[in-house]
Design a protein around this ligand. Structure first.
Ligand SMILES: Nc1ncnc2c1ncn2[C@@H]1O[C@H](COP(=O)(O)OP(=O)(O)O)[C@@H](O)[C@H]1O
Ligand SMILES: C=C(OP(=O)(O)O)C(=O)O
Ligand SMILES: [K+]
Ligand SMILES: [Mg+2]
Length: 577
């Protein structure tokens, strides 16, 4: 076992002022009002952000060809160009800690749209397999990879399965259908080759006509429209509209009896359907970084999928994210979270399965459990729903996003806002602005209070690593460090630092391209790809030299560096030389 020393290079600490830049201009109240599609990014043509030459490695991600200068410095570093410019402009404290996931859809699938999202701060692009063909998704993935390779972005990819929910068909090509109070519609399990008859929708679940009873309430998309079942004729179920609204293609359906969600044979549907397995194979072959599993009910399916991934020679450690959106999942939260690599609070469907007023407390509980168990957590759905149609959010939406950031969730997610809304880039900009402002407020508000640090118990040898990270994060806060550095192979040690939610950003250096991509979902991590040699001291020096040459750090900045290998904490001021 490696020596367990705490090596404090205290002689190097000097009271040099830290980087302090005002955030006022960055997070003025209305920066997003001015942003219109696509944001043109002023290119930083360093050899790092825009390689003129072919990349050295091109397995989906890239290690840029070193310049003569880099070769002298030793390591070759891959940095997200947007983070790099953020750091230069706003200083360490000004970098955003809360990550952003954007769903890509018809409104954002062109390369210039994806580029505008990347520039606007998208950390992870989500592909919802409920919609689109493999061909469509492959072309989006190719565009993201191309932008990452050619323009130096670091966007990761998340595939989200359809799952076995009950949903309507695609409305025979119509983009929506209006239903009026008193209308009678037919919900049928028949499949229509040609046009659908008037006021008819198909349902994807064969047992639908058997499962529903006369008098049941049928709720579309968690309440976008409501019907009462009035008649059953073989495969056709006649329903009377009781709440008018809009039917959207493939909208989700739930049915309720005596005020309770009905779980008949539909509860036996597999979490991962045959279609989902094919989509998962597609995701593995495309090398996606995360697979989000819809309608998870228990940990078994997650363990099964993780085994399936591990047995696949093409898998490079894809993270499995459990979506909590099913009423059964709430009974098994702890085992589901333990088994998963991350969690999504999928409030859309969750709100259709439990009373709406319970959603905020369930969200809070899941976010807290994930923090305790050190799993990244995404809060998703309807964050800025009104921005699908309008260029500014409602005050209530701003308050909701603020609450998520105060809960210190790892990531926020846009769904319809970025997939098919009118203002995807403005919506992203709103999330970014709120994150920056609330994170700053939170730091200032809490700087004198003792922080709650993780209490999860770890078994040896993790306990040493855990204690090191907790101590390093606490020191970083007390000493007002500018950044934490962590040299990590798998990303685990970086995740422990992130779990402590320190005031400063965590620069996580990893030799693994896939680990770097996965760190994109974790609070406060600034991932870098770096082939660090064995000797830790020289690695730190070389990292400093490299980052200084890029203008990302400057002499006097206080860095706290942690290394798993040496099991050490170093406090270092960036030297002049
Ligand atoms: N790949 C896609 N192709 C076409 N439309 C999409 C795609 N992804 C998302 N959308 C559209 O954006 C809407 C919001 O996305 P999302 O919330 O992910 O899906 P859903 O509404 O099915 O839960 C979808 O209802 C759909 O209209
Ligand atoms: C994120 C969710 O899942 P999907 O958009 O796939 O329905 C949700 O239900 O909130
Ligand atoms: K989905
Ligand atoms: Mg859902």
């Amino acid at each position: 076992m490696a020596a367990q020393s705490l090596r404090f290079s205290l002689s190097l600490i000097s009271p040099t002022p830290t980087t302090k830049q005002t955030q006022a201009s960055l997070i003025s109240p209305k920066p997003y009002f001015r942003i219109s599609k696509p944001i043109k990014y002023s290119p930083i043509r360093s050899e790092l952000s825009a390689p003129a030459t072919k990349p050295l490695v091109s397995n989906g991600a890239v290690v840029l060809k070193p310049s003569a200068n880099d070769l002298e410095l030793g390591p070759v570093i891959e940095i997200d160009r947007v983070v790099e410019s953020d750091l230069k402009e706003n200083g360490f404290r000004g970098t955003r800690k809360t990550k952003i996931v954007c769903t890509i859809g018809p409104a954002t699938c062109e390369i210039e749209d994806i580029e505008a999202l990347a520039v606007g701060g998208m950390n992870v692009a989500r592909l919802n397999m409920c919609h689109g063909t493999h061909e469509w998704h492959r072309s989006v993935i190719e565009k993201i990879r191309r932008l990452n390779e050619e323009k130096g972005f670091g966007v990761s990819i998340m595939m989200d399965t359809q799952g076995s929910e009950i949903h309507m068909g695609d409305l025979g090509g119509a983009s929506a259908a209006k239903v009026e109070h008193g209308d009678v519609w037919t919900f049928t399990v028949r499949s229509y080759e040609s046009e659908l008859p008037e006021r008819t929708v198909s349902v994807n679940y064969d047992g639908f006509a058997e499962d529903v009873y006369i008098g049941d309430e049928l709720i579309v998309d968690g309440g976008m429209a409501r019907f009462e079942v009035i008649q059953k004729i073989g495969p056709d179920v006649k329903c009377l509209c009781t709440d008018p609204g809009l039917l959207l293609p493939r909208a989700n359906l739930t049915f309720w009896r005596d005020g309770r969600l009905v779980q008949e044979r539909n509860a036996m549907l597999p979490t991962i359907s045959a279609k989902d397995w094919l989509d998962i194979d597609f995701g593995i072959s495309e090398g996606v970084d995360f697979i989000a599993v819809s309608f998870v009910k228990s940990s078994e399916v997650i363990n099964h999928l993780k085994k399936y991934l591990a047995a696949n020679p093409n898998d490079s450690g894809t993270y499995v994210i459990s979506k909590i959106e099913n009423v059964d999942s709430l009974k098994n939260l702890d085992t589901i979270i333990e088994a998963s690599d991350g969690v999504m609070v999928a409030r859309g469907d969750l709100g259709a399965q439990i009373p709406l007023e319970q959603v905020p407390s369930v969200q809070k509980k899941i976010v807290e459990m994930c923090r305790e168990l050190n799993k990244p957590v995404i809060v998703a759905s309807q964050l800025l729903e009104s921005m699908i149609e309008y260029p500014i959010p409602t005050r209530a939406e701003v308050a909701d996003v603020t609450e998520v950031i105060k809960q210190q969730a790892d990531a926020l997610m846009l769904s319809g806002e970025s997939a098919m809304g009118m203002y995807p880039f403005k919506a992203l900009s709103v999330l970014r602005s709120i994150s920056l402002r609330i994170e700053k407020w939170w730091r200032e508000e809490n700087c004198h209070r003792p922080r709650k640090l993780p209490t999860a118990t770890f078994t040896s040898p993790n306990i040493v690593t855990n204690e090191l990270c907790t101590a390093a994060a606490s020191m970083a806060n007390k000493l007002g460090a500018d950044a934490l550095f962590v040299y990590t192979k798998s990303g685990y040690m970086a995740s422990l630092l992130s779990q402590c939610r320190p005031d400063c950003p965590i620069f996580a250096f990893t030799p693994s391209v896939s680990a770097r991509r996965r760190m994109n979902l974790q609070w406060g991590l600034v991932p870098f790809c770096l082939n660090f040699p064995e000797d830790d001291d020289s690695t730190l020096k070389k990292t400093f030299a490299f980052l200084k040459a890029r203008g990302m750090i400057k002499p006097g900045d206080k860095i706290i560096s942690v290394s798993d290998k040496l099991q050490s904490i170093q406090v270092v001021n960036v030297p002049r030389e």
